[in-house]
Ligand binder design. Structure first.
Ligand code: SF4
Length: 316
């Protein structure tokens, strides 16, 4: 993805939108590899090219899938071995990890590792799983001389103190909700314009990067609930998106027309009498106006001339 000058498309499989032909073409353009090279050839080529970078780098930077409290370790899980090499060869290892990654005990990895692998890539366990508890000790041959762990808050503490949304911090970034989401499947990862895409991205991005700027993500959801169904740590994602929408209205993040429309809608709907003041024609005109404002693909059912309660009363 770096070679193509693009950002990751998916939080687990960053170049899932590229075919092997796309990748072969990119390599031919950048490295003059034979046209239409097979994945095995390209993998061997990359391995050779990157190995030298790993063995000569001064500093290796990794994230952490989990931070294990009882042994003071950072945990890495991967299928390629790049993170392991970033830890093993350079003299300095820098870890950057969100504070929500902490699990209490090493034995928790017995649950978390397979859950992450199964929901991320469908494996029983990822190929490389490492637990690093510090720089190399005297007498040890491999490992960095220095290890620096940077704990990233970046509004996570604020999220933790939010009674409605704190559960979003349980996310283990498996990507299952992205794969299940009909919106993500149609619009892809770039449309979100954020580090985290898909349902979990729509939940946390407005919180991290601004409710006003990213309010639209909470509305990019049909509330089908598929994300909540597949989430291995049971985050009520679709419910949280509704809470985001509510909070956006309360904070006035939708702009004057939207906020006034929602207020008028709320006012009309909160009392049956108010709703019955208008006949079917007026209601249908308003419904059509609302649907048009939401986009040309929105359709609303036609309302009857008289409400059910009015019809009921007159029939009695
Ligand atoms: S919200 Fe759940 S399903 Fe989505 S990435 Fe996080 S853990 Fe996986």
């Amino acid at each position: 993805m770096q070679l193509a000058g693009e950002k990751p498309y998916h939080i687990v499989t960053p170049c899932m939108h590229k075919s092997r032909q796309d990748i072969a073409e990119l390599f031919t353009e950048k490295f003059n590899t034979p046209e239409g090279s097979a994945p095995e050839y390209l993998t061997a080529y990359v391995r050779q090219k990157l190995r030298e970078k790993f063995t000569t780098a001064d500093v290796g930077i990794t994230g952490a899938n989990f931070l294990v409290a009882d042994v003071g370790g950072i945990c890495l899980t991967e299928n390629e071995g790049n993170a392991l090499m970033s830890v093993s060869f350079p003299k300095i290892h820098i870890v950057i990890a969100g504070i929500e990654k902490v699990v209490p005990r090493m034995q928790d990895l017995g649950l978390m590792w397979p859950i992450l692998a199964a929901h991320g890539t469908g494996q029983q366990i990822s190929v490389y799983n490492s637990l690093v508890t510090g720089p190399k000790k005297s007498g040890e041959l491999d490992g960095p001389e220095k290890m620096i762990v940077i704990l990233l808050d970046n509004k996570r503490s604020d999220l933790y103190s939010n009674d409605d949304q704190y559960e979003a911090l349980k996310c283990i970034r498996c990507g299952a909700c992205l794969n299940a989401c009909p919106i993500y499947k149609n619009i892809g990862g770039y449309t979100y314009d954020a580090t985290y895409s898909g349902p979990i991205g729509s939940v946390i991005t407005p919180f991290f990067k601004g409710l006003k700027e990213y309010n639209h993500l909470s509305s990019a959801c049909s509330v089908c609930g598929k994300c909540t169904e597949v989430c291995p740590v049971k985050i009520p994602l679709h419910h949280m998106l509704l809470i985001n929408r509510r909070d956006a209205v309360r904070a006035g993040a939708g702009g004057f027309i939207w906020n006034s429309g929602i207020k008028a809608f709320e006012f009309a709907l909160s009392k049956r009498k108010r709703l019955d003041m208008f006949g079917g024609k007026t209601k249908n005109t308003f419904a059509l106006l609302g649907a048009n404002a939401l986009g040309e693909k929105k359709q609303v059912p036609r309302l009857a001339d008289q409400s059910f309660s009015k019809q009921w009363t007159s029939k009695k």
